[in-house]
Design a protein around this ligand. Structure first.
Ligand SMILES: Nc1ncnc2c1ncn2[C@@H]1O[C@H](COP(=O)(O)OP(=O)(O)OP(=O)(O)O)[C@@H](O)[C@H]1O
Ligand SMILES: [Mg+2]
Length: 266
């Protein structure tokens, strides 16, 4: 049987239209008026001070939280709950400790009741895509944090998602592992042809990874709802060099936007 590329589905566009979330009992909405149009295959990072609603927005796209205002459309369809078209990766890896790497990755395709040979092929591809073939028989506790995070990524790739939603996935990794993972993720994004929405506290990470960076601001600590402050194009060609003047200029601009959001209410 021929093993194709990790993804067969095409990446999906995501439309957030005047999206809002008001948690029951909260005096203010957590987020309001979020409008973002994400192209198929685009890599979008979301930054902003703690509490401005980054995770809430991501969770609404994932379908873990329902919107209380506006719409979320993935591939033109309203999101009504979680689905295998949207793979979600968090900071804590959420692996099954009693399953091997291979079994963790096979979990989704098995749940989808794909034929056994198909499950095996997809699993092998996804494990290969994150460079873990040699440790496929190991258990999560035998792996480093970076390797565990790779397993978490392989696990969602095995479902051939149209969209990858990542909430501070590299936040717990040491600096060296983190920069390796950023490099890997750019390659996976290129090869797998998937739309990525990636939340991070690191502006450098956002500028390294993203086609566009959504800067959010506000939140209850500021007496208003979290909202989009600005969307910045990362207009850098080819391999990105975090020490280059062009890179630093974009970083400084985003940093000023993030902090302007706080100063406005200080
Ligand atoms: N399940 C919930 N119930 C009530 N309020 C919530 C819930 N989840 C989030 N909030 C509130 O919504 C606001 C936005 O939270 P969110 O976690 O989205 O922020 P964030 O930008 O991801 O912050 P951080 O950078 O710290 O992760 C906060 O005021 C938070 O307290
Ligand atoms: Mg968060």
């Amino acid at each position: 049987m021929k093993i194709g590329p990790v993804r067969e589905n095409r990446p999906a566009g995501i439309v957030l239209r005047d999206l809002g979330k008001h948690f029951p009992g909260a005096p203010l909405p957590a987020v309001a008026g979020v409008t973002i149009d994400i192209r198929e295959g685009e890599f979008v990072c979301v930054v902003g001070a703690s509490g401005c609603g980054k995770s809430t927005v991501l969770r609404m796209v994932a379908g873990f939280e329902s919107a209380t205002a506006g719409d979320v459309l993935v591939d033109g369809e309203p999101v009504t709950g979680p689905g295998p078209d949207r793979g979600v990766v968090f900071q804590d890896y959420g692996l099954f400790p009693w399953l091997t790497v291979r079994e963790n990755v096979a979990y989704g395709p098995r749940q989808a009741r794909l034929p056994r040979s198909f499950v095996a092929a997809r699993t092998a591809e996804a494990v290969e895509a994150v460079g873990l073939t040699r440790v496929a028989g190991s258990f999560p506790h035998q792996l480093s944090g970076g390797m565990q995070q790779r397993v978490a990524i392989a696990r969602v790739l095995a479902n051939k998602p149209a969209v990858l939603l990542m909430d501070e996935p590299f936040g717990a990794l040491d600096a060296l592992t983190r920069s390796d993972m950023q490099h890997e993720l750019r390659r996976i994004h290129r090869d797998a042809g998937v739309t990525v929405v990636f939340v991070t506290h690191s502006i450098e990470e956002a500028v390294y990874l993203a086609d566009r960076v959504v800067v959010m601001a506000g939140g209850s600590a500021h007496g208003n709802a979290g909202h989009v402050r600005e969307i910045v194009d990362v207009d850098l060609e080819g391999d990105r060099d975090p020490t280059s003047p062009e890179f630093n200029a974009i970083e400084r601009r985003i940093d000023a936007l993030v902090h302007a959001g706080n100063a406005a209410v200080a």
